[in-house]
Design a protein. Structure first.
Length: 122
């Protein structure tokens, strides 16, 4: 597995972690201490900020999980990939997006730039 694929696996593990302690541990594993996350709805930095965004997503979409779509495209310290948010109950995926991540030398995430490609209409 490439450093880019590994980073995406850890990134999605953080988004799919359940409960404050597991989220905090997964965020620390995936992001640098000063790492950031930016999308149309959030702009945060640090482990606590990233963990709060993930917890808010769980509150808004209980019973959903993030899944990678397609392959990770990466070069140097940058990767991009697509994802969707899937309901465990019925398999629906009301949210999908694509993210670009910048990696630190240790392979953890320094920055994420998220784009929402599909969002619920109501």
């Amino acid at each position: 597995m490439s450093v880019h694929e590994n980073a995406v696996v850890r990134y999605l593990a953080a988004w799919n972690a359940q409960g404050p302690e597991d989220i905090a541990e997964a965020v620390a594993d995936a992001w640098t201490e000063d790492g950031s996350y930016t999308d149309p709805l959030a702009d945060v930095a640090g482990h606590e900020g990233v963990a709060a965004v993930i917890a808010a997503a769980h509150e808004q979409f209980p019973g959903f999980e993030f899944r990678q779509l397609g392959e990770v495209d990466g070069h140097h310290g940058t990767a991009r990939f697509r994802w969707e948010l899937v309901s465990a109950a019925d398999g629906s995926a009301p949210v999908a997006g694509s993210d670009v991540i910048e990696l630190a030398e240790d392979g953890r995430i320094r920055r994420v730039y998220g784009f929402l490609d599909r969002v619920p209409t109501s």
